[in-house]
Design a binder for this molecule. Structure first.
Ligand code: SF4
Ligand code: SF4
Length: 450
């Protein structure tokens, strides 16, 4: 039996100390995309924290639209955390507020109801989730979404359906994948030479489902730099979508399974290439803090989580690839990679190691793209405004390639570019390094099990 005092006693009430840490200075406001776009104090971090305190002190009802509306409109990007001098852990407060709202049983729209059903009955069941992603890949690879979008017939469909098709289509590789990159496991980091360390790959459900090529590239690149990667069996979704939707219990169930799957006496790093997953995995220490059986395992697990760029920093980028053809690349930071995992410069160093890449700075690269999990489907109007501004900055760079380290951002930016008619190839930074290593022949003759 596991006990979950936070949900029983009210998740926000259990976080009172974190609520009181806010000194209302307002230094976070300009970092907050929803505040910047609406100009409404209640759509900024300080206002939302005021509202949370009002609910926690029972001055405002939990199901009051004055509360739920503004909590719903938060992207959960955590830019306010990086801006806050008082160290307010806003991301955890937001999850607590959403857990209390969900527990309050308010009436949901059809999109939220469908999401909740999918999280409970598909996302939490690995076999069903694999089947769902298999079907999604079939649809994507049939190129039907691409043809419908190109013909503009999607304009006759509801905007959410058109966006969903564009999101799926944007996960297609811009160039054909290496044979074997889709649908097979990492199986030992096949290309490791002079192996002097090993690490465990957290595959991630969306990454393994739609971007398996990024997992394979991660294994090849780390292998080439002396780090053998293996993917533990029994790992499941990280639970980020559950936590963001207020289902902390669902997130805890998944977290316990991952802590079990990644137990390692040698303390091997847990490597992820998805900013959203990485920040969630790093927060298991908090999520399972009240669980007598798992608290210690969660602390150990979270301390071992690294983004692939941070792991490459640790192993050292010892191998030189061949230059790509002269290409202008810009980088957009995944919010959770930046504000959750604090990986600001490491992804840029990965890109800097790729010859032929002209790195063009992106204005507002540390501002959310509006994807934010499924925010783009639940809050389409505000998401579209945030995305529009991002794409305007991307256009200004003149870059042909945009690199970003999270599948959600990849799909949001790719879909936005497709719908706006902007020619843009979206990649993970590690894919470019992988491409340069392949051109240099670093993988030739290596036993390739990927
Ligand atoms: S998480 Fe992002 S959108 Fe939400 S309050 Fe903080 S900065 Fe604003
Ligand atoms: S910067 Fe921090 S302390 Fe200041 S208002 Fe924002 S959350 Fe509160």
């Amino acid at each position: 039996m596991h006990e979950h005092p936070t949900q029983l006693a009210g998740a926000l009430a259990a976080e009172e100390r974190k609520l009181l840490a806010c000194v209302h200075c307002g230094l976070c406001l300009e970092a907050c995309p929803t505040y910047v776009h609406t100009g409404d104090e209640n759509d900024g971090p300080r206002g939302r924290i005021y509202l949370m305190r009002a609910v926690e002190e029972e001055r405002l009802s939990l199901d009051s639209p004055a509360f739920t509306r503004h909590i719903d409109r938060c992207l959960g990007c955590r830019a306010c955390e990086s801006a806050c001098p008082a160290g307010v852990e806003y991301g955890q407060l937001l999850e607590a507020a959403r857990a209390d709202i969900a527990a309050g049983g308010r009436k949901l729209g059809w999109t939220s109801r469908a999401l909740r059903l999918a999280l409970r009955h598909v996302w939490s069941r690995p076999a069903r989730l694999r089947l769902a992603f298999g079907l999604a890949r079939l649809l994507r690879d049939s190129r039907l979404p691409h043809l419908l979008l190109a013909s503009k017939l999607t304009k006759l469909l509801p905007a959410t359906v058109e966006l969903s098709l564009a999101l799926l289509d944007s996960s297609r590789p811009a160039r054909p994948s290496r044979s074997g990159d889709e649908g097979k496991s990492v199986a030992g980091g096949a290309n490791a030479r002079d192996v002097d360390s090993s690490a465990l790959l957290f595959e991630g459900c969306v990454t393994e489902g739609l971007f398996a090529r990024v997992n394979r590239a991660t294994a090849r690149v780390l292998g080439a730099n002396g780090c053998r990667l293996s993917a533990p069996r029994g790992q499941v979704c990280c639970g980020a979508l559950h936590a963001h939707a207020g289902d902390l219990e669902g997130a805890r169930l998944l977290a316990r399974r991952n802590v079990e799957a990644f137990r390692d006496e040698g303390g091997a790093a847990v490597v992820t290439n998805a900013g959203g997953c990485g920040a969630m995995l790093a927060s298991y220490v908090h999520l399972l803090a009240g669980d007598a059986e798992y608290a210690e395992g969660a602390r150990d697990f979270s301390a071992r989580v690294r983004d692939v760029s941070q792991q490459l920093d640790a192993t050292g980028l010892g191998r030189a690839g061949a230059p790509l053809e002269d290409v202008a690349v810009t980088y957009d930071a995944s919010c959770h990679l930046l504000h959750g995992q604090k990986a600001r410069t490491e992804p840029l160093r990965v890109l800097g190691a790729v010859g032929g890449v002209r790195l063009v700075p992106l204005e507002g690269s540390d501002v959310c793209c509006g994807g934010a999990g499924v925010y783009n489907l639940l809050e389409p109007a505000l998401s579209a405004r945030v995305l529009e501004e991002k794409l305007a900055h991307v256009r200004e760079t003149g870059a042909e390639v945009l690199a970003t380290g999270n599948p959600g951002c990849h799909m949001q930016l790719g879909a936005g570019a497709r719908l706006a008619g902007l020619p843009l190839r979206v990649v993970h930074p590690v894919e470019l390094l992988d491409e340069s290593y392949r051109r240099a022949g670093l993988y030739d003759g290596a036993r390739d099990e990927s």
